[in-house]
Write a protein that binds this ligand. Structure first.
Ligand code: NAP
Length: 555
């Protein structure tokens, strides 16, 4: 829609934009209302938990089904609507949009990528309050985008996809949802990699009598004030919530397996004047975004060429020295692998909080958990009233891998045999008309994943353009395209800090291969997806008429 985009941009620039209405209610076959609100005039949504929409739920078959309503699902819906698709729905297991930003409500939860970049290029938000946004603000932003762009009415809330199987006879996706079976011609997985919390199987965990929960499922009912808290894990989430807990609790025993590399966090409030300027001159905010984009692209260089990482490591070492005067504690917190091998974390408070008297960093491994304590390998009992797991997510072995079945009933998990692979991170052989957003090898360690998501949804739209010529045709990547992509990933990963940095990270799968990260500049990935190459795909006849006949079910 080049004309509309141009008009929209002009209106934005001159500040004459009329916010969208929030879209039609409950009508799955209506186009997305245009134009949407620019600069998110109302990014702060109401906080409503959405009800079921009986009219929407009465439709059994849709051309496109999107699973998930986080950044990826919302972006896909917006772009599909703009491209003229009218028959698509989003399945959401919860009662709200937002994905991982809805679920992660732990104290101190915030983004470590600057807000101007960690947002959609098509929906700049001139009202970000800080350089790095806190979780509630990002969640409000996502709600605001979903509402302003008419995505929300297309969401089937409280519909968990339990299983999705390709029916080769009828050439359609059969979706078993928690509210009955639905079908779709095209399935888009937008579940993301950080949706399934991982809690380690520690002997005796079930015997623990106090509250025990994962950071992504924070138990806000649990009163931790004045309590002895065991925190397991020292990753991206823990370094944010530990400094928040430390002043409130009696003590923290922090169980660290591997210390992370931590850099200073250059956060600051965005001034009122800046916000006014961004609102009045959206082009200014765009320029800031572009500058951050290219600055962040440079961050990947030391990860691609670890031998030039000296300066980055020096900054991190100085940060540690400056914030942790105690040499014994500092030794515990000094990583023994190359910087960047695991995600580089940003914090100005974490190290300081570990130096407080009520915090003990425990580096001995955990043997078991008992009724009221965590027992380490040396037999020491660490008494605890509560346990918080900051132990990350099931990324390489995500549940969706077991739930989605392609030709012959084979699951993604079985197809991948321990090394998830998708052509360009998007399509999988044996899984016709199936598209992944933030699929294998599209994660990033250095910049905003929204860049990858937008490239992927544009690619999706191009791919669907090929299918649209014949309303019911089917496509899947050729074995040669998949092999080519896999070897490109392996070649690019070789010698990078992720494979040669001497750490054990969740970027590497069971076979020791990088199947999570795009091992290069985000710009390179965008270029790869710029043009859809039909020669990378096999096309075939589409859905049989049988499915099309029965398109409605009672609500
Ligand atoms: P994480 O960074 O993967 O950290 C998990 C931590 O748990 C690690 O310290 C890990 O130790 C430890 N752990 C795992 N299993 C353990 C076990 N059995 N015993 C002891 N320790 C164990 O997980 P996360 O903090 O939830 O973050 C996950 C991802 O979410 C991040 O990498 C990032 O992509 C994203 N995130 C982003 C932001 C942001 O600001 N954008 C904020 C939070 C999270 P090892 O290191 O030894 O494995």
């Amino acid at each position: 829609m080049p004309d509309r985009t141009r008009v929209r941009t002009r209106l934005k620039v001159i500040g004459l934009w009329v916010p969208g209405t929030g879209g039609p209610s409950c009508l799955p076959h209506q186009p997305i209302p245009a134009p949407p609100a620019p600069g998110l005039s109302r990014p702060d949504s109401t906080g409503t938990v959405y009800d079921r929409c009986p009219m929407l739920e009465s439709v059994a078959h849709n051309r496109i089904a999107i699973i998930g309503t986080g950044f990826s699902g919302i972006a896909a819906a917006v772009r599909l609507g703009e491209a003229g698709e009218t028959d698509f729905v989003l399945y959401e297991r919860s009662g709200d949009v937002g994905g991982t930003w809805r679920d992660n409500t732990y104290p101190g939860c915030a983004c470590d990528v600057p807000s101007h970049l960690y947002s959609f290029s098509f929906a700049p938000n001139p009202t970000w309050s800080r350089a790095f946004s806190p979780q509630p603000e990002i969640q409000r932003y996502l709600r605001g985008v979903a509402e302003s762009y008419g995505v929300t009415p297309r969401v089937r809330f409280h519909h968990e996809i339990e299983d999705a199987s390709w029916d080769d006879a009828d050439r359609v996706w059969r979706l078993n949802t928690s509210r009955g079976e639905r079908t779709a011609d095209i399935l888009v997985s937008a579940v993301g990699g950080l949706s399934a919390p991982s809690i380690p199987e520690i002997e005796g965990l079930g015997d623990f009598e106090g509250p025990a929960f994962h950071s992504a499922e924070w138990d806000h009912e649990a009163d931790l004030e004045g309590k002895r808290v065991a925190v397991i894990g020292t990753g991206a989430s823990a370094i944010q919530f530990v400094p928040e807990l430390q002043p409130k609790v009696a003590s923290i025993d922090l169980f660290q397996r591997t210390p992370p590399w931590i850099m200073p966090r250059r956060d600051r409030p965005v001034s009122k004047i800046e916000r006014r300027l961004f609102r009045a001159f959206p082009v200014l905010q765009k320029a800031v975004r572009t500058a951050i984009y290219w600055g962040r692209e440079l961050f990947v260089l030391p990860m691609l060429k670890p031998r030039i990482a000296g300066r980055t490591e020096l900054i991190a070492r100085k940060h540690l020295e400056h914030q942790v005067p105690d040499p014994e504690l500092r030794a515990k917190l000094t990583p023994d692998y190359s910087i960047g091998c695991k995600r580089i974390l940003l914090s100005n408070q974490y190290y300081r909080s570990l130096g407080e008297e009520n915090v003990e960093v425990v580096t001995t491994g955990i043997r078991e958990i008992r009724r009221d304590c965590v027992v380490t390998e040396d037999g020491v009992e660490h008494t605890a009233d509560a346990i918080v797991f900051g132990t990350g997510f099931k990324v390489a072995d995500m549940p969706v891998g077991h739930q989605i079945h392609g030709r012959g009933g084979v699951s993604l998990h079985e197809t991948w045999a321990g090394s998830p692979t998708a052509h360009l991170g998007v399509t999988v052989g044996g899984f016709p008309n199936f598209f992944m957003l933030m699929g294998p090898n599209t994660g990033l360690g250095h910049t905003s994943v929204t860049i990858m998501i937008e490239a992927q949804v544009d690619y999706l739209v191009q791919a669907l353009g090929h299918l649209r010529r014949d309303e019911t045709s089917v496509m899947e990547p050729t074995p040669a395209a998949i092999r080519g992509w896999r070897s490109e990933i392996d070649r690019l990963s070789e010698g990078t800090v992720w494979t040669a940095g001497g750490c054990n990270s969740w970027y590497l799968d069971d076979n020791g291969k990088n199947s999570i990260l795009w091992p290069s500049f985000a710009t390179g990935y965008r270029h790869r997806l710029n043009r859809f190459r039909p020669e990378d795909f096999e096309f075939g006849p589409g859905r049989t008429a049988r499915v099309a006949v029965d398109t409605s079910v009672s609500a």
